[in-house]
Design a protein around this ligand. Structure first.
Ligand SMILES: [Zn+2]
Length: 245
């Protein structure tokens, strides 16, 4: 894996980051990251993954843009209403960064297709708005040693944690029972944008090996009060998903 002269120029500012350098940039270029859901979290997350030079991005979403998505799903513009989110996002991300490869998968993630959809991605970014699918992804990631960056948002607040199988708790350790599903979650676009940025920061750290990932810790942020708080989350040795690791 080598970097072209245009790549060296394009990523110059981030390669100056301590510990990242050209070696880190090569790791980003070699990486494959899946974005599970191209909504409020997945749109900004995929933009920053693309801009950072993640070599292969897989976008998974089965929905089409609607007018009421546009306050937060920033890859969807008025002209894109009615089109599949994954396909619109692929076009725009490839226009943003022609150095990378983007794959659009128009599908809802299920137990049956999760292996095909996520495949050999080394990191999955959680862009889901429902727990049922998150737990399907969690199980797959634990079973196949894939890192999973969970985030969830509502209104002006949200949460994020990084799941590295065997190293810290999985999503099922943290939530032994399924949290209630909500039909229509209130949200300001800036809230998922904040958490998507944190997800990309965690992804870049995991891929390049810099810094200290949010493993065994859950960060909660309340924009209403502008309070950020990190709490310890522990593995459950009896966890039905990761207890035997
Ligand atoms: Zn677990």
């Amino acid at each position: 894996m080598s970097l072209s002269s245009s790549e060296l120029e394009q990523y110059d500012r981030q390669m100056l980051i301590s510990g990242l350098g050209t070696d880190g940039q090569k790791k980003l270029k070699a990486a494959k990251v899946a974005v599970a859901g191209v909504g409020g979290l997945g749109c900004p997350a995929s933009i920053y993954l693309a801009a950072a030079g993640i070599g292969k991005i897989v976008l998974v979403d089965n929905e089409r843009f609607e007018l009421n998505d546009l306050n937060r799903q920033i890859l969807g513009w008025p002209k894109d209403i009615g089109r599949f989110k994954a396909e619109v996002a692929k076009e725009k991300l490839e226009a943003l960064n022609s150095q990378i490869e983007v794959e659009a998968v128009v599908a809802e993630i299920t137990k049956d297709n999760v292996r095909n959809v996520i495949g050999d991605a080394e990191v999955v970014v959680d862009g889901q708005d429902n727990w049922k699918t998150r737990f399907i992804i969690n199980e797959y990631c634990v079973a196949h040693n894939v890192r999973f960056i969970h985030a969830g948002v509502s209104a002006l607040h949200g949460q994020i944690t990084t799941i590295v199988p065997g190293k810290g708790p999985c999503l099922r350790c943290i939530f032994p029972k399924d949290p209630p599903e909500r039909e229509k979650i209130p949200v300001l676009g800036a809230t998922p944008a904040l958490f998507a940025s944190l997800q990309v920061m965690e992804t870049v750290k995991l891929v390049t090996g810099i810094g200290n990932p949010l493993v065994g810790r859950m960060l909660f942020a309340s924009g209403r009060e502008m309070v950020f708080e990190t709490v310890e989350v522990k593995r459950n040795v009896e966890c039905p998903v990761c207890g035997n690791l």
